[in-house]
Design a protein around this ligand. Structure first.
Ligand SMILES: NC(=O)c1ccc[n+]([C@@H]2O[C@H](COP(=O)([O-])OP(=O)(O)OC[C@H]3O[C@@H](n4cnc5c(N)ncnc54)[C@H](OP(=O)(O)O)[C@@H]3O)[C@@H](O)[C@H]2O)c1
Length: 251
């Protein structure tokens, strides 16, 4: 592991064999806005901007990226994911690794983050793993009032936010009212694009995987209307052939 940049104003270069996940400054009450959670997004991309290989992100990932994935989950009160990704990636209820449980407890957090989906169709296959796991928090699905709730399988709690369309801003303020201070969005690109459009991404963790991929699944924001927003490069780590970058929104 090579640290290229670590935190604002702390530029250094250091060699080490381990990814020092303890050094990541992931939770800070001072950063949390009053009306919504602090929103972190975590994505992996190829060198040419592809977000999936054979429709899934696993082929772009690595050990270091997976370690970061689990540590980010460990710092989050809830994990936001779009129904498309939950279906494609066969999402489960998040379960904190035993070594991270004490850290959560000492920070006054619940043992496991809650999974929060967004969907309009509410069509989730009955064999989707996230529908099971009674010892873990029941997932929540955010949907507009126009959704047909009769198709929703058991094992997930519905919440209406918005009429014809899901109101993402109101959804986030509802999560804040639930006590969610740090929300981790795991995509996919169509959801991330909407959050970007509303300027709701505070921190982006971007793993750059040393592959050229091509194909149609390119662009982390799902091809939305162009809106440029400046971010600061906050941290840059190198783990073998991968770059793990953290960007914070300039406010
Ligand atoms: N590289 C990475 O880090 C990464 C991360 C995540 C995902 N991925 C990949 O990305 C692909 C999936 O991404 P995607 O962009 O095609 O789809 P997506 O954003 O994961 O899911 C789209 C679906 O989410 C629901 N949705 C999104 N926004 C909504 C809104 N405002 N209101 C209501 N429902 C909303 C809808 O579900 P309904 O159809 O149920 O209405 C919609 O069809 C997969 O191949 C996955 O492997 C890659």
């Amino acid at each position: 592991m090579r640290v290229l940049v670590n935190g604002a104003g702390d530029e250094r270069s250091a060699e080490g064999t381990e990814l020092d996940l303890d050094a990541l400054d992931l939770r800070s009450p001072a950063r949390v806005p009053a009306d919504r959670p602090w929103v972190m997004a975590n994505m992996v991309t190829s060198l040419d901007g592809a977000y999936a290989l054979e429709q899934r992100s696993a082929g772009l990932s690595s050990d270091a990226d997976r370690q970061l994935f689990h540590r980010l989950r460990g710092a989050a009160d809830a994990i936001l994911v779009a129904a498309g990704t939950a279906r494609t990636e066969r999402y489960r209820r998040p379960s904190t690794a035993p070594e991270l449980l004490e850290r959560r407890r000492s920070q006054g957090m619940s043992p496991h983050p809650r999974l929060v989906l967004v969907s309009a169709s509410l069509r989730l296959p009955a064999d989707l793993p996230l529908l099971e796991g009674d010892d873990l928090p029941t997932p929540l699905v955010l949907h507009p009032a126009s959704s047909d709730t009769s198709v929703l399988p058991p094992g997930i709690e519905p919440r209406t936010v918005g009429d014809e369309q899901l109101d993402l801003r109101a959804a986030l303020s509802g999560l804040r009212a639930d006590g969610v201070e740090v929300l981790l969005c795991e995509g996919g690109p169509h959801l991330l694009g909407q959050l970007h459009h509303l300027d709701l991404i505070d921190e982006l963790f971007l793993t750059i995987s040393a592959h050229l991929v091509g194909g149609p699944r390119v662009g982390l924001l799902g091809g939305i209307e162009e809106t440029a927003r400046p971010y600061d490069l906050y941290r840059l780590l190198r783990a073998e052939q991968m770059l793990l970058a953290t960007y914070r929104r300039q406010r």
